[in-house]
Design a protein around this ligand. Structure first.
Ligand code: UFG
Length: 328
């Protein structure tokens, strides 16, 4: 009998890549997604139930029928500037709805949980690369919601009921399925690599660089870009770790080195073979100058070995996906 995994947000960008890998590895998957930003076509394996995490009765029905052994929780709002304007929307979906899910899990005795956290929990770290032991000091409501859920998970794992979790703190997730079946497909993307490939395609008139006066070698921000399939693999390893009896853990998911905004733009121009207009604008609010993961812990403890640690490859998969024109 294959292991049953309930995946919330499995129709979204990262969730769909994990569902694909779970399906390929023989897990039985059920995606629970309200399709607010996800797509039915992105769910390549298992059943899709269209439902909202606010709807506890619907969730109960799914748990009753599917009887999952573990839950992976991707469903969340993710746009930092929007979280500043609409904090209640973020706390309600990212925190209150996660509590709904955890309560239903408890009702049905499901005690293994994998959580999509973010480097946003660190805010502006004092040390780079930042390790998991750094203090949680988010600088926006989005990051606060992720840090709040992490605190809830910690308390729950200490409550004596056997609940165990892995929280994965994502750095800058990018790229698309190397087989080209799925990729990023949200309207109005804010992320650099997506915007840059859209500029290369001609869908954006120009690309803006938000700030060239940062304390970095070329003055632009440095980020740790990680290919979405390497991140998906980290989820499978986290799941296997919990299934093998591993205790609750928090892991950074990044490569441990970064690229500046200018390096990313140069790479996009090289890989796509297209030039596009780039303008320098003032800083965007809330951007830490450098965000790079200390990724030793996940490599040591889970044996995670990234396969696609190559900015050119990340950009190429994002570009090939963009050329398919499936993006809404
Ligand atoms: N950038 C530009 N121009 C653009 C888009 C982005 O110059 O058109 C710059 C940003 O200012 C930043 C870098 O490119 O310096 C990367 O920006 P992204 O928006 O791609 O990603 P972020 O680093 O802002 O976001 C990531 C995650 C978030 C998380 C955040 C924590 O995607 O989920 O890190 O800081 F909250």
């Amino acid at each position: 009998m294959s292991v049953k995994v309930l995946v919330t947000g499995g129709a979204g960008y990262i969730g769909s890549h994990v569902v694909k890998l779970l399906g390929e590895r023989g897990y039985e998957v059920l995606t629970y997604d309200n399709l607010s930003t996800g797509h039915e076509w992105a769910v390549l394996y298992g059943k899709l139930v269209v439902g909202d995490l606010a709807d506890r009765n619907m969730l109960r029905k799914v748990f009753e029928e599917f009887r999952p052994e573990a839950v992976m929780h991707f469903a969340a709002h993710i746009v930092v500037p929007e979280s500043i304007r609409k904090p209640l929307k973020y706390y309600s979906n990212n925190v209150a709805n996660t509590i709904n899910l955890l309560e239903v899990m408890e009702e049905f005795g499901v005690d293994k949980f994998i959580f999509s956290s973010s480097a946003a929990v660190y805010g502006v770290p004092e040390e780079i690369p930042v390790s998991e032991s750094a203090p949680l000091r988010p600088i926006n409501p989005y990051g606060e919601t992720k840090a709040t859920v992490e605190r809830i998970l910690k308390d729950l794992s200490r409550s004596g009921k056997g609940f165990r979790y892995v929280s994965l703190r994502y750095f800058n997730v990018a790229g698309a399925d190397p087989e080209g079946k799925i990729g990023f497909a949200y309207p109005n993307p804010t992320h650099l690599i997506i915007r840059a490939v859209k500029a290369a395609k001609g869908d954006l008139r120009r690309l803006e660089i938000y700030g060239t006066d940062y304390p970095t070698p070329d003055g632009t921000c440095i980020r740790d870009y990680i290919h979405v399939t390497d991140l998906a693999e980290a989820h499978i390893m986290a799941l296997e770790f919990l299934l093998d009896g591993g205790q609750s853990e928090v892991f950074n998911c990044g490569y441990g080195h970064g690229h500046s905004v200018k390096e990313v733009i140069d790479t996009v121009k090289r890989v796509t073979g297209r030039d596009f207009s780039v303008v320098e604008t003032p800083r965007r609010e809330g951007d830490p100058p450098i965000l790079v993961a200390d990724s030793c812990k996940i490599k040591d403890r889970l044996g995670w070995e990234p396969k696609y640690d190559d900015l050119g490859f990340i950009v190429r998969t994002a570009w090939e996906w963009e050329l398919k024109g499936l993006v809404v």
